[in-house]
Design a protein around this ligand. Structure first.
Ligand code: FAD
Length: 446
């Protein structure tokens, strides 16, 4: 008998939640294929700690090829396909997947298609973001960021010119929401730990600037959360520039819309994200933010057998608006979406997605955090920090990663951070391109 083929595009929070629930709920008549451009999934909430070196990069990634090993005989079989979906024939129910090594494009047929392709950085129309700012979205971004911070300290320690030294010792984070705030806390803690290795540089010479266009940090939460985060960061010496719009970024630093120049050799872009452009490329109807418009059961109207969830989808809330692009939402969406697919295969009715976020937390480094608990309660300081660690440790996708991160944290309390610079993260040198078949490489040389 021909198996029912379900293709999940995107191996992040939403895609994997869908996969795992399908593996639990589906029958052996189902064949699942997971497509992702990298052969691992990334646990983004701990990226700021990788950027500060508190956690090793490999300890927050989970191989995707192990996803198929969990399958039992009476459950769906699962395959992993390394590649990026570039186009689709939604009428003919087929997608085209480009392999990252050979670049050849393969067609994959489906009975049900799940789009969980997430979001990418948005420059928000600010010039120079791509060229001069460092994003924090991928594991390579986190590693590059750490190398750049250490490089700035290394060069500053031997730079006699006070103006240039000042530029090297100013670290600017654009965006004061979760990523920007957590990164600021981590970076401050890191700089405090390593500064004594650098002769002639004191903590008072370093300036960490956080800029945001809103009135307070953590703008999606009630203002008391942002105010607490601001007081913690300020006490440790950070400069907060609120209600400030960045107009441009260049090699010397950034320029505010009012013309003020802030010189900085390290500008970090944590200001905006936009849903993956794949939705538009497939001709699906999108919201004004570019997210795929879906019905409340996450099916895509007008595209039969297509479903979408997570950061790439605009899922309507029962009383207006759409669900926020958060991992906790994508995980719940994935679980329901899997059940809806199984229901639709069995000819049963599907259910609408309804979920109330359980709370949100931002770690501020140095054993402090701020947390919004269910019911709107706020906890701060060490208690919130312990809650942050316990919650996110629990959400890591495997026992192996939980153990590795716990060990990193324990070592962090026992030993001082180092400031070794490992200039090995070169996107070209580590790209798959160098693994092209020899004949193709030689042909390209001629
Ligand atoms: C630094 C940082 C910290 C964060 N911290 C938190 C937090 O503390 N709590 C929280 O709830 N949320 C947090 N988030 C947000 C959270 O990461 C996202 O909401 C979540 O990842 C969304 O899940 P997703 O499955 O929609 O997308 P993702 O997890 O981004 O997964 C999308 C996947 O699709 C793949 N993909 C993209 N295009 C294609 C294509 N064409 N073909 C095939 N595959 C493709 C991508 O490579 C990726 O693997 C954070 C985000 C960042 C960047």
């Amino acid at each position: 008998m021909q198996k029912h083929s379900i293709v999940i595009v995107g191996g992040g929070f939403g895609g994997l939640a869908t996969l795992h629930e399908l593996q639990r709920q589906g029958t052996s008549d189902i064949q699942i294929t997971l497509v992702n451009p990298a052969n691992f999934t990334l646990f983004t909430p701990m990226l700021p700690e990788v950027a500060s070196g508190s956690i090793e990069a490999r300890h927050i990634v989970q191989p995707l090829r192990s996803a198929d090993s969990a399958t039992k005989a009476d459950r769906p079989s699962t395959a992993f396909e390394l590649g990026e979906v570039v186009t689709a024939d939604l009428e003919g129910r087929s997608i085209s997947v480009r392999h990252p090594v050979t670049h050849d494009v393969k067609a994959l047929e489906y009975d049900e298609l799940v789009l969980a392709v997430g979001a990418t950085d948005s420059t928000m129309g600010v010039s120079g973001v791509k060229e001069y700012a460092i994003p924090l979205k991928t594991i390579a971004d986190a590693q590059i960021l750490r190398e750049r911070v250490v490089a700035a300290l290394e060069v500053a320690t031997r730079t006699p010119d006070p103006v240039e030294r000042d530029r090297l010792l100013r670290f600017a984070i654009v965006g004061g929401n979760f990523t920007g705030v957590e990164l600021a806390g981590e970076l401050q803690a890191f700089l405090e730990k390593v500064i004594h290795y650098y002769p002639g540089i004191s903590l008072s010479q370093i300036e960490l600037v956080v800029l945001d266009s809103g009135e307070h940090l953590l703008g999606h939460l009630p203002s008391k959360f942002g105010k607490y985060a601001a007081s913690v960061l300020r006490k440790r010496g950070a400069k907060l520039l609120l209600k400030q719009d960045v107009g441009a970024i260049d090699a010397a630093g950034l320029i505010l819309k009012d013309g003020t120049r802030i010189s900085s050799a390290t500008v970090i872009w944590a200001a905006g994200e936009q849903p993956s452009a794949l939705a538009g490329a497939l001709g699906l109807k999108t919201s004004k933010h570019g997210a795929i418009e879906v019905a409340a059961d996450m099916s895509v109207p007008g595209a039969a057998h297509v479903w979408a969830l997570g950061d790439c989808a605009a899922i309507p809330r029962p009383h207006g608006g759409t669900y926020a692009p958060l991992a906790q939402n994508a995980i719940r969406e994935g679980a329901l979406l899997a059940r809806n697919i199984v229901a639709s295969i069995e000819g049963k009715p599907t259910s609408n997605f309804r979920y109330r976020e359980r709370g949100q937390m931002a770690s501020l480094g140095n054993r402090k955090a701020v947390a919004l608990l269910p019911g709107g309660h706020m906890i701060t300081g060490m208690a919130a920090w312990l809650a942050w660690r316990a919650y996110y440790l629990g959400r890591l996708p495997s026992l192996q990663l939980k153990t590795r991160v716990s060990i990193d944290w324990a070592l962090g309390t026992l030993f001082r951070s180092g400031a070794s610079r490992l200039p090995m993260v070169d996107r070209d040198a580590t790209s798959f391109d160098s693994y092209l078949p020899a004949k193709e490489t030689h042909a390209a040389d001629r």
